[in-house]
Write a protein that binds this ligand. Structure first.
Ligand SMILES: Cc1cc2nc3c(=O)[nH]c(=O)nc-3n(C[C@H](O)[C@H](O)[C@H](O)COP(=O)(O)O)c2cc1C
Length: 354
């Protein structure tokens, strides 16, 4: 319990459970429900500009006075000078034609990575927690955030990344196993190296760092949480499990696909954004598999494929949608987020005999 207490003290929560930040899916209502129930609610704010970030935080503050987490991407800005979009354009064109769409748009970064402007907004907002994906900002920036009373947490997909994050000033590490839904947080090495499963990753990260470790990836129910605690994790971060909650913004077709998913329904693909991310297989992920290496550098691939995934969503056509999910989607119970938060931790402690 000591480890859990250290983490909840850091996060300012009652329970050692974080609802993962999820762009597009994590609404203020979802985050507030989790925070009000004693967990840490998060907003997927990585693609927002400073003004939108302030607005999102204000909306959330209107719904909860508890701790919450805002999330940012610290990827390198894509260098498009040497990128030839023609092969990706040719690969996508048949699908665009099938859906009656025009030309495949040019690659472009839809939003900048974490920058000075976002930093200033974040310092004004002062959430209890800020989380980072794809690495950490510069140590001076991390220091400024910590001085402002903001706990800084970040994702690692290997023990080496966890050590780098601890050296960079992270207050806690999210050990993200390969089972995880959405984007892999890998930032140090080639992404192929960041494929360690949660069961193997968590204890090795726990051994590698002194700060609290938060297990993420494929944790779908209380058994997974209890197992993570046994592996030495101080807390857990769940994404896919919260997609099943009514407060999450999830397209009905996506919701249905999640409820019908089996253990082998998902695949890691670069075709939606340019970086590896786990989603439910469909025609797009399977047929575009051979063109993964032609994807524009993250996140510049997004605008190229967005008209297609947008049209797919509009037409309720699962085969052309972006159906993010982790490997444990099947375990997710559809229930209000507050109930889920409390139930999962209570059940996990019961399993552990606490
Ligand atoms: C729909 C979806 C969107 C996600 N978006 C983000 C995001 O914006 N930022 C982030 O740090 N992680 C994001 N993630 C990854 C989560 O932080 C977390 O690592 C993952 O959900 C854990 O695995 P699980 O889905 O099996 O619980 C996303 C995950 C999902 C399922």
């Amino acid at each position: 319990m000591e480890k859990q207490a250290a983490l909840t003290g850091l996060l300012g929560t009652e329970l050692p459970i974080i609802q993962a930040p999820m762009i597009g899916a994590s609404t203020p209502e979802l985050a507030a429900a989790v925070s009000n129930a004693g967990g840490l609610g998060s907003l997927g704010t990585a693609m927002l500009n400073a003004e939108e970030l302030r607005e999102a935080a204000e909306t959330l503050r209107g719904l909860t006075n508890q701790s919450f987490n805002l999330n940012f991407f610290v990827h390198r800005e894509p260098d498009l000078a040497d990128y030839d979009a023609n092969r990706m354009r040719t690969a996508l064109m048949p699908y665009f034609s099938e859906m009656g769409l025009g030309e495949v748009p040019d690659p472009a970064a839809p939003a900048p990575a974490f920058n000075e402007e976002t930093l200033e907004a974040l310092l004004d907002i002062r959430p209890k927690v800020a989380s980072f994906h794809f690495g950490l900002p510069a140590p001076e920036t991390v220091e400024r955030l910590k001085e402002a009373g903001i706990a800084v947490i970040a994702s690692a997909t290997t023990a080496a990344e966890a050590r780098a994050l601890e050296t960079g000033g992270a207050d806690a590490i999210i050990a993200q196993g390969h089972e995880a839904g959405g984007h892999r947080g890998t930032f140090l090495d080639h992404v192929d190296l960041g494929t360690v499963g949660t069961m193997a990753l968590v204890p090795q990260v726990v051994d590698a760092v002194t700060v609290p470790v938060i297990a993420a990836g494929g944790i779908g129910d209380a058994r997974g949480i209890a197992a993570a605690f046994m592996l030495g994790a101080a807390g857990v971060q769940l994404g896919t499990a919260y997609l099943a909650c009514p407060e999450a913004s999830v397209h009905p077709v996506h919701r249905k696909a999640l409820s019908e998913a089996s253990d082998h329904s998902t695949v890691v693909t670069k075709i939606f954004s340019g970086r590896p991310a786990r989603a439910i297989r469909n025609r797009l992920t399977e047929e575009m598999r051979w063109h993964e290496d032609d994807a524009a550098p993250f996140p510049a691939q997004r605008p190229m494929i967005a008209p297609l995934t947008g049209a797919g969503a509009k037409a309720n056509h699962a085969e052309f949608m972006q159906l993010w999910a982790g490997q444990a989607a099947r375990l997710s119970k559809a229930e209000p987020a507050a109930e889920k938060t409390v139930r999962l931790i209570e059940e996990a402690y019961r399993l552990l005999g606490r």
